[in-house]
Design a binder for this molecule. Structure first.
Ligand code: ARG
Length: 463
């Protein structure tokens, strides 16, 4: 194993540099460079606070500010040279600052530690992701709303057990996803509100003897307040776990929708036609148009939920406060965030572009004895039968239709009367699928009028 003779970072205490394997397992710069902008924002706020409180001179703080801006521009234009020997983004930025401005750079770390620094940087990063997820969810919700509005009264089969159950409207089905993504939106907003306390100034774990102004840095970085317990501030990763949990549930919703799109776009269903922009062909079968985007969205929940579980496992046994284990938080969150954003964008594109095949939906809506419940309800309402008896009579009629190879509305009145003599021809009024959905006017039901009022409500909510 190779060894270097001096230690670039901990020269005072360490005579020897790290083993190459130590450097490899320890360094996080390969991934935490994604925190660069947040790290520099945190350092700028800290430097300004150190000057405002008289802990460093204003000329030193000005040098830090200028230097940090230069570092940021080097990172942005790609000229910044990252060093693995410097472990992480915090040390990389500070070392470059030292090269640029000399001695004042050494005063920047007064009254803080990498422990509160990384917690702050990571919170800022996750907060940006929550904001980006919020925006993406709103766009997706709008795409679902547009579908719902266009097809508020288009009939389609509703399913339980993937067996035809009762007719519903296309708009109602789309609005079910609006409810689901709407809850995702509120989870993202809740998580953001809880995240928004600033760890900076908790220092290593116990706070600091310098008279720092934590309110100032918290405000400068857009936090609502400083976190109230320094031990918790550096050991807490709930904000990352809340993001991953919200992302997992959202990804699960996306996956269920994706699964429906895969089924609906198949030759057996043909409920929807997905656009060419979100489909692929087959290299051997010329007729194929595959719903790859939907399939990949369906799969994303695996890695996102995996990240959630992985970070739970990392955190569950850790004593307070910071342990290096916690460095393993970032890659999980980065990967989950990247893939959630991709999945949200792809779903939004698919939903916006897809065509619901109204005729096929309507044809399927009438199949599978989907108005059997309407028939039973009619027997209760008009003939006064107890529902259990009505259920039995209807079951007999379904068996009769099944035997005859026809649908319920195709049975003759005489056939129906052979099962229950009081049945009259007004029963045919409730057997059509249009009648069926129009009658489901209870709040939250599938009637077009209900769907339209939910669309209107959501449009207002999203404004
Ligand atoms: N790279 C570290 C991380 O991501 C920064 C904090 C290091 N703190 C420490 N005490 N070693 O967790």
């Amino acid at each position: 194993m190779s060894k270097t003779t001096s230690n670039q970072m901990w020269g005072g205490r360490f005579a020897a540099g790290p083993d190459a394997i130590m450097e490899a397992i320890n360094a996080s710069i390969s991934f935490d460079k994604r925190l660069a902008a947040q790290d520099i924002a945190g350092s700028r706020a800290h430097a300004a606070m150190l000057a405002a409180t008289g802990i460093v001179s204003s000329s030193d703080a000005e040098a830090m500010r200028e230097g940090l801006l230069t570092v940021l521009s080097e990172i942005e234009d790609g000229s910044f040279e990252y060093s693995t020997a410097l472990e992480d983004i915090h040390m990389n930025v500070e070392a470059r600052l030292k090269e640029l401005i000399g001695e004042p750079a050494g005063r920047l770390h007064t009254g803080r530690s990498r422990n509160d620094q990384v917690a702050t940087d990571f919170k800022l990063w996750v907060r940006d992701q929550l904001d980006a997820s919020e925006a993406a969810l709103i766009t997706l919700l709008q795409a679902c709303l547009a579908q719902a509005e266009a097809g508020a009264d288009w009939v389609m089969p509703g399913f339980t057990h993937l067996q035809v159950a009762q007719p519903v409207t296309w708009g109602h089905h789309m609005m079910a996803y609006v409810e689901m993504f709407g809850r995702d939106l509120s989870r993202v907003r809740d998580a953001r509100a809880r995240l928004n306390e600033c760890p900076l100034g908790a220092a290593a774990l116990a706070g600091t003897s310098f008279q720092i102004d934590r309110d100032m840095t918290a405000k400068e970085l857009g936090f609502d307040r400083p976190s109230a317990n320094s031990l918790d501030a550096v050991s807490d990763r709930d904000f990352a776990l809340e993001f991953l949990s919200a992302a997992s549930i959202c990804a699960m919703h996306l996956s269920r929708f994706a699964e429906e799109l895969v089924i609906w776009s198949s030759a057996q269903f043909r409920f929807v036609t997905l656009s060419d922009r979100f489909s692929t062909g087959s290299s051997i079968m010329p007729q194929k148009k595959n719903p790859d985007a939907a399939e990949l969205i369906r799969a994303k929940v695996g890695r996102i939920f995996g990240a959630n579980v992985a970070l739970m496992m990392v955190m569950k046994g850790l004593p307070l406060t910071y342990s290096k284990d916690m460095q393993e938080d970032k890659e999980q969150v980065f990967d989950a965030a990247d893939n959630l954003m991709l999945a949200l964008a792809a779903m939004e594109g698919m939903v916006r572009d897809m065509t619901a095949n109204r005729d096929n939906l309507a044809a399927a809506a009438g199949s599978g004895f989907s108005t059997a419940t309407d028939l039973a309800d009619w027997l209760v309402r008009v003939l006064g039968l107890p529902f259990r008896d009505a259920h039995h009579v209807t079951g007999t009629l379904v068996a009769m239709a099944d035997e005859a190879g026809c649908d319920l509305p195709d049975l003759t009145l005489a056939q129906m009367q052979s099962v229950h003599s009081d049945i009259n021809d007004t029963i045919f009024d409730v057997l059509g699928v249009e009648n069926s959905v129009a009658s489901r006017v209870s709040y939250g039901g599938t009637a077009p009028a209900q769907v339209r009022s939910q669309v209107a409500r959501w449009k207002e909510v999203l404004e």
